[in-house]
Design a protein around this ligand. Structure first.
Ligand code: GA4
Length: 330
């Protein structure tokens, strides 16, 4: 990664040290997908945290390991070579800068667009090269299993909410035109933190704009979520499981019943963190508004209707930590 010449201190340093977590939050809900009646637990998790972990997810370990290896191979290229595939705008290779409005973090990443079920090669020229053949096949297989997993979880949410059809949420993400994204992140160890009790932002606090995010990381800590009362807690990493985030779009569809979770990643002084995140988004023209089915008697809609395209435009004008939904509130 290139050396940051002008670090923006107010962004890079987290206000709440220390950050080699001494303890992990023990209250993260765990949803075992092999158990048939997990839907109630899952709805509860979406209401209380907007975040939970899934086990027995059926995604082959080998596939996860293959994609992680390919990502590491890419991040191990020389800085000069990697920069040829950037800057991320919004897709491609990014280092240190996030979005286009001044956010920075201690990470490098690949942002890849998903076009009708597979990774679009135009989002990263590297993928057009013959040496990227095994990377492409790992990416496409991984995306396919993420779509399935996201869809299974979204159907369980509908089941738990007792709404029909069961695919009311999942069809949005499974649509051929769905605007979904895959993000591969590498948070290198941060030498500035070694031997110190300070903390640095790997990726600043934000909520995800889409419906659902499916995150897998290696066993390096860093992920933190904000609880209802605003307390930040560290999540114990678990390379065998996936973590699910409720995104802004799902908060809107459920009229605020499900919580789009605020989260961030703290840099680590000693170990590299590698994460792979699938963001399941709606088709560009999809209209988003609270589902009438979910509005109780006399309950007011909290948001006006808008299209995903409109929301994305607004997201790309914002800073990471902005409350993007505010301007759509009634
Ligand atoms: C957050 C969720 C996804 O990582 C992402 C991010 C995107 C980016 O990194 O380009 C954004 C961010 C995310 C929300 C606000 C805007 C856009 C950076 C940023 C400042 C890929 C996405 O879809 O929205």
């Amino acid at each position: 990664m290139a050396v940051l010449t002008k670090p923006s201190l107010e962004q890079v340093y987290l206000p709440t040290p220390p950050h080699r977590p001494r303890s992990y939050f023990s209250g993260i809900p765990v949803v075992d997908l092999s158990v048939t009646d997990s839907d109630a637990l899952l709805v509860n998790a979406c209401e209380e945290f907007g975040f939970f972990k899934v086990t027995n997810h059926g995604v082959p370990k080998e596939l996860i390991a293959r994609l992680e290896e390919e990502a590491i191979k890419f991040f191990s290229l020389s800085q000069m070579e990697k920069e040829r595939y950037g800057p991320a705008n919004p897709f491609g290779y990014g280092s240190r800068t996030i979005g286009g409005n001044g956010d920075v973090g201690w990470l490098e990443y690949l942002l890849l667009e998903i076009n009708s079920e597979s990774i679009s090669h135009s989002s990263l020229d590297f993928l057009k090269e013959p040496r990227a053949r095994s990377f492409c096949s790992a990416l496409n297989e991984y995306v396919e299993s993420m779509r399935k997993l996201a869809s299974e979880v979204l159907e369980l949410m509908a089941k738990g909410l007792r709404i029909e059809p069961r695919n009311i949420f999942s069809k949005v993400v499974m649509d051929e035109e769905s605007d979904s994204v895959l993000r591969l992140n590498h948070y290198p160890p941060c030498p500035l933190l070694q031997g110190l009790n300070g903390s640095m932002t790997g990726l600043g606090e934000h909520t995800d704009p889409q419906l659902i995010s499916v995150l897998r990381s290696n066993n390096t800590s860093g992920l933190e979520i904000s609880l209802r009362d605003g307390t930040w807690v560290s999540v114990l990493p678990d390379a065998e499981s996936f973590f699910i985030n409720v995104g802004d779009s799902l908060q809107v569809l459920t009229n605020g019943r499900f919580r789009s979770v605020k989260h961030r990643v703290a840099a680590n002084g000693y170990e590299s963190r590698v994460s792979m995140v699938y963001f399941g988004g709606p088709p560009s023209g999809e209209r988003l508004a609270p589902l009438p089915l979910l509005l109780g008697e006399g309950e007011q809609s909290m948001y006006r209707e808008f299209t995903w395209c409109e929301y994305k435009r607004c997201a790309y004008k914002s800073r990471l930590s902005d409350n993007r939904l505010q301007q759509f509130e009634m």
